[in-house]
Design a protein around this ligand. Structure first.
Ligand SMILES: C[S@@+](CC[C@H](N)C(=O)[O-])C[C@H]1O[C@@H](n2cnc3c(N)ncnc32)[C@H](O)[C@@H]1O
Length: 272
């Protein structure tokens, strides 16, 4: 099939057999697994996945690609959902396909929707076993970054709160057609069975992290003015002279939980 890659759908098709094999191995498909692929494109991952499982579900927005896939694979083996992954209800499909169980997600994601898609998927953690995604390398570096490194920030904290994450491989532009302008990487995301540091009020935790990183080069004492005094931070075992990137997820959650329990209006009062 001669398909002209569509920029607006972020179409960079994988053509490197070594990278494809690495992603399939990382996904580790077993015959009983229910797998949903996001953005199958011209089937670079779809075909080897179908070689391992009896049936595969895919979510694809591009109608031309959908008709290509319909002609190429039998409908009982490849179930195609012609939909926008950003609006797709993965929860309902997962519960239908594996009642009481969990599904695997995989995809070489269009870079233009990767961050909103990660936020959309956050609400389906209870039905997801694991996810393997190709993303911009710069985004993967930020997702998995440990505290006190230059890549560590809001994205690291908000995703590490929900998932155990691993960087699997880096992928250079020439592994795709057409080559993207940036380097890529594959990340594994496994939702925590039980959150290691549960926030009493998730919204408040989110707001606290935004406030703490308002000015990355400033200290906590400065960024958290009106939210916690230097004395209060010290009493909680935190150093007011630290910069926001020095605190781990556990420390942000404990500060957020102290606020939620003792001073629930401080963040909103500061914002008004
Ligand atoms: C980077 S390409 C990857 C294609 C293929 N999996 C590969 O590795 O060669 C991204 C794919 O996602 C599809 N896509 C883009 N936006 C989408 C969306 N919002 N929902 C579902 N699929 C989307 C594109 O049409 C394309 O097939």
């Amino acid at each position: 099939m001669s398909h002209i890659p569509r920029k607006r759908f972020g179409q960079n098709f994988l053509q490197d057999q070594g990278v494809i094999a690495d992603i399939i191995n990382a996904t580790d498909p077993q015959s009983g697994d229910v797998i949903i692929e996001i953005g199958p494109g011209l089937a670079a991952l779809t075909e080897p996945l179908l070689a391992r499982v009896p049936q595969l579900h895919v979510v694809e927005i591009d109608r031309d690609i959908v008709s290509h896939l319909q002609q190429r694979f039998p409908a009982d083996r490849l179930v195609i959902h012609n939909a926008d992954a950003l609006e797709f209800d993965f929860g309902t499909l997962a519960r239908q396909l594996k009642p009481g169980g969990k599904v695997k997600l995989v995809g070489n994601l269009p870079y233009n929707i990767s961050t909103p898609l990660l936020f959309h998927l956050a609400s389906f953690g209870d039905v997801i076993h694991d996810m393997h995604f190709m993303l911009q390398k710069e985004v993967v570096d930020r997702m998995v970054a440990p505290p006190s490194t230059s890549d560590y920030g809001r994205l690291s904290i908000m995703l590490q709160y929900r998932y155990l994450m691993d960087h699997i491989i880096d992928v250079p532009p020439e592994s795709f057609y057409p080559p993207p302008k940036v380097d890529s990487a594959v990340v594994r995301m496994v939702p925590w069975e039980t959150l290691p540091h549960p926030a009493h009020d998730y919204g408040l935790f989110e707001e606290l992290v935004i406030a703490a990183f308002a000015q990355r080069r400033k200290t906590l004492r400065n960024n958290l003015k009106g939210i916690a005094t230097a004395e209060e931070l010290e009493a909680l075992g935190l150093n007011p002279g630290d910069r926001p990137e020095n605190l781990g997820v556990a420390e942000y959650v404990s500060l957020a939980n102290w606020l939620a329990d003792q001073h629930p209006n401080r963040l909103t009062a500061r914002g008004s």
